[in-house]
Design a protein around this ligand. Sequence first.
Ligand SMILES: *Cc1c(COP(=O)(O)O)cnc(C)c1O
Length: 243
Amino acid sequence: MERSEQLRGRLRQLNIHIEQVCAQSDRDPRDLTVVVVTKTWPASDIRRLADLGVVDVGENKAQELASKAAECEGLNLRWHFIGQLQTNKAAIVARAADCVHSVDRARLVTALAKSAVDRPPERPLDCLIQVSLDTDQDSGSDCGPDPSHRGGIAAAGCDDLASLIAAQPSLRLRGVMGVAPVGADAFLAFTRLKQLSDHVVSTYPDATWMSAGMSGDLDDAIRAGATHLRVGSAILGDRPYLR
Ligand SMILES: *Cc1c(COP(=O)(O)O)cnc(C)c1O
């Protein structure tokens, strides 16, 4: 089957599915944005998606986002950075992305803010605070990097990071993001994220975004109150093994 037709079919199926889950959980599908995660897939797929009406695309590597954004120059796309971000790559992302979902420490905020001053004033860099949804915040902390650790600040640190982001004129605090821990009950994890989201909104009324849910757990995310779903393989297929 032709690739565009395959993508069209999967997008249609996904939208039907999202509408069904919304109907069962008293959500309005218009309150949900699908960010199509295009990491590892070529810019030609992103062009096909744009032709099919997709606007929001997600990447998890700074350089990959920057090159694809350059290749797709002129298309009506919003670029979301969803991966772990090293401070020394913040400038690449602050230039090329529209939104960063994975802001999880103060040094990253200052690095992004510094580079984002070059952006047009009407387009501040949208930022989401990535919150760790692990229940055991200490897991893996003194045994080196834990491969299952998906990043994110502990919930207790969220207020300080929110006020730091809100104080930067080149950044715009948009809300929170989370990844369900492997093996955990995703609905419970996302419900904790929703409580934190409500707390952030009580201080920053415009920070209403909740980025949660991937191909495998998007139903739980919708039920818990997500506004942004990050969906890759359900639309593009299984990623090529090599990056
Ligand atoms: C890759 C990725 C996704 C998309 O995952 P799929 O299972 O392919 O839908 C979502 N969020 C993050 C943070 C990712 O890295």
